[in-house]
Design a protein around this ligand. Structure first.
Ligand code: NAD
Length: 352
């Protein structure tokens, strides 16, 4: 049976949104029945670039104008702008009754996050956060192997993201941000920690800045105590010099009572059992045709996230990283900054 085409608009035609548009186009070409029918960016040059690149004629510099022009014709909006604009764009979309995907960090404070969640729920629209790291193929395979019970109950984990990649070239705003690695990257790694080990009862954190040319911290080391008694270490750095830089891979260790998992660099997942044996799996992502090194794992995860979002939309089920869930990831970032400032362990806020 022919499924109805789900129609969306993209707001924010910036650096990362190009991946999102390519992924929507892939899903369209795979016959998944989804189409981006309108674009918005307040920067006319970015707007024109996307309009020409993706052949979407309906292009607006004001989101209000877009919603007015497409009243009743849109199913969803994909908000790919940076955080400060979300506080106005999310309620605007909610008032127009369209389901929402919003890039991380979806709010600049927990207060704002609560407000956006409440507004979406009052307007009966879904709020899904574009959190793709738990959808990276290698990370997903690690999560699913753990969830399958293969190594038994976990008691320790480490998620490590250490790189010297020049992220400031494509995203110059990152060099100016007072809060940098925890808010931009740590948020993803902390979300992986929640996907693996569940909610966090308390955490501690130390940060530092190595690169003198940026405003925020570029190194952060955290210890998390999860509800289930699991202890995890999350460590992030954009100041680590390595000949074989793993950017943008997260490396993962999980120790369980019946074995251990090691997600090594370059997509190797080791599953160790209690008898001293180890099964080695290749968990390399399938590269989308448009992907390019070193971004392949992230670009593939954008496609995986959006495919899951679309399936969830059709099945009328919530996605894993809906607003209420992602609130708890945002809360870990807030708690980490507080812990780093006070050198005390902090009990993170939690949704409900
Ligand atoms: P960017 O600055 O390149 O793009 C943002 C675009 O939004 C710009 O073109 C800007 O003109 C437009 N914009 C801003 N406010 C607007 C408004 N009110 N109305 C219309 N257009 C508006 O930023 P980016 O690097 O693409 O990052 C965007 C978001 O994506 C950030 O929140 C970032 O954290 C996130 N991001 C996520 C990942 C990931 O892996 N999930 C990776 C990179 C960036």
């Amino acid at each position: 049976t022919q499924q109805r085409t789900v129609r969306g608009a993209l707001i924010g035609c910036g650096f990362f949104a190009e991946n999102q548009m390519r992924a929507w186009r892939d899903l369209h070409e795979m016959g998944k029945g989804v189409e981006i029918v309108a674009l918005c960016d307040r920067d006319p040059q970015r707007l024109a670039y996307f309009r020409d690149l993706f052949g979407v004629e309906a292009a607006y510099t004001e989101a209000e104008t877009l919603f007015a022009a497409f009243a009743g014709e849109l199913d969803f909006v994909d908000i790919a702008t940076t955080t400060p604009s979300h506080a106005a764009l999310v309620p605007l979309a909610a008032r127009h009754g369209v389901d929402i995907i919003c890039q991380k960090p979806f709010a600049g404070s927990l207060e704002n996050a609560s407000r956006l969640i409440a507004q979406c729920s009052a307007s009966r629209v879904s709020l899904g956060i574009h959190e793709n790291f738990r959808w990276q193929h290698a990370v997903r395979q690690t999560i699913e192997t753990l969830r399958s019970g293969r190594i038994g109950r976990p008691f320790f984990g480490r998620i490590s993201y250490r790189s010297g990649f020049d992220v400031y070239a494509a995203q110059p705003y990152l060099a100016r941000a007072e809060r940098f690695i925890l808010e931009d990257l740590g948020i993803h790694v902390l979300d992986i920690a929640r996907a693996l080990f569940g909610e966090v009862a308390r955490l501690s954190c130390e940060t530092t800045r190595i690169n003198a040319a940026i405003a925020g911290e570029d190194v952060a080391t955290l210890m998390l105590q999860h509800d289930d008694g699991i202890t995890s270490v999350v460590d992030c750095s954009y100041a680590t010099r390595l000949a074989d830089d793993p950017f943008p891979q997260s490396l993962i260790e999980v120790d369980g009572v019946h074995g251990s998992l090691r997600l090594r660099q370059d997509f190797v997942l080791e599953i160790h059992d209690t008898g001293g044996h180890c099964v080695v799996q290749t968990v390399r992502p399938e590269p989308p045709a448009w992907s390019e090194s070193p971004w392949v794992p992230i670009q593939a995860s954008v496609l995986a996230f959006q495919a899951d979002w679309l399936e969830a939309y059709r099945q009328n089920r919530p996605i894993e990283t809906r607003g209420e869930d992602n609130y708890n990831t945002l809360a870990l970032v807030e708690a980490a900054y507080e812990a780093a400032a006070t050198h005390q362990s902090v009990i993170p806020e939690r949704w409900n």
